[in-house]
Design a protein around this ligand. Structure first.
Ligand code: SF4
Length: 216
């Protein structure tokens, strides 16, 4: 893994080369409140953005609050969210999430990672995304792009996105927490693509561990 100075330098360069929060922040699938952000995040697991958007739209046409959602039975929810895949499991999770939210928090979504992750269906990624986009908390949410680029560069050395998130929290400089998610995600989408990383035009190619053989 890169040392502290190198980690800082990676974030400094990304802050100059990649767009930040203001220009690309839309929130989790554009949802306006914490409850709908959580649901959209749950639907996005292993689903393409356009399928998640279709499922989210269909579901919120039927119900927009935890109470209204619980009035729908599982097959009705599953049918609405079918485009997002894993619909039976997701329908079960959505009902369990709504029931727990009402019971424990009176339908107010908690604004802490611990509180969010204690709810059914909410893992670290969803919790961090909701914290970052809905509550404005500075945290680097780790999706598939962020996970890939962090481990290629050597910012982290982790097999799972959750572990990457823990390591980033410990290793990234504090000033990078506000926009780090956006810089890393844009690097992953524009340059460090899953199948074809564009190393020669990458702003951190002289530091990146994955690209080290290219420098030899
Ligand atoms: S140098 Fe290559 S592998 Fe490393 S971050 Fe850049 S594009 Fe990805």
């Amino acid at each position: 893994m890169l040392d502290e100075e190198q980690v800082e330098e990676v974030f400094r360069r990304l802050s100059e080369a990649m767009p930040g929060r203001i220009r690309c922040a839309k929130g989790p699938k554009g949802q306006p409140d914490a409850f709908r952000s959580c649901i959209a995040c749950m639907l996005s697991a292993q689903s393409l953005d356009r399928n998640t958007a279709a499922a989210t739209k269909a579901l919120f046409k039927l119900a927009r609050t935890p109470r209204a959602m619980l009035k729908l039975d599982e097959p009705t929810i599953a049918a609405a969210i079918k485009p997002a895949g894993l619909y039976n499991m997701k329908a079960r999770n959505i009902r369990a999430f709504c029931a727990a939210l009402l019971e424990r928090h009176g339908d107010v979504v908690p604004d802490t990672r611990e509180g969010l992750m204690a709810l059914p269906g909410i893992g670290r990624k969803c919790a961090d995304i909701v914290l970052q986009f809905t509550f404005g908390t500075d945290t680097i949410a780790v999706d598939t792009h962020v996970h890939r680029v962090c481990n290629r560069i050597g910012l982290t050395s982790a097999k799972t996105a959750d572990r990457t998130a823990e390591q980033l929290e410990a290793r990234a400089p504090e000033w990078a927490f506000h926009e780090g998610h956006f810089w890393l995600i844009q690097l992953g989408k524009r340059v460090c693509k899953a199948r074809s990383p564009q190393c020669p035009r990458c702003p951190v190619n002289d530091l990146c561990e994955f690209a080290a053989p290219l420098r030899a």
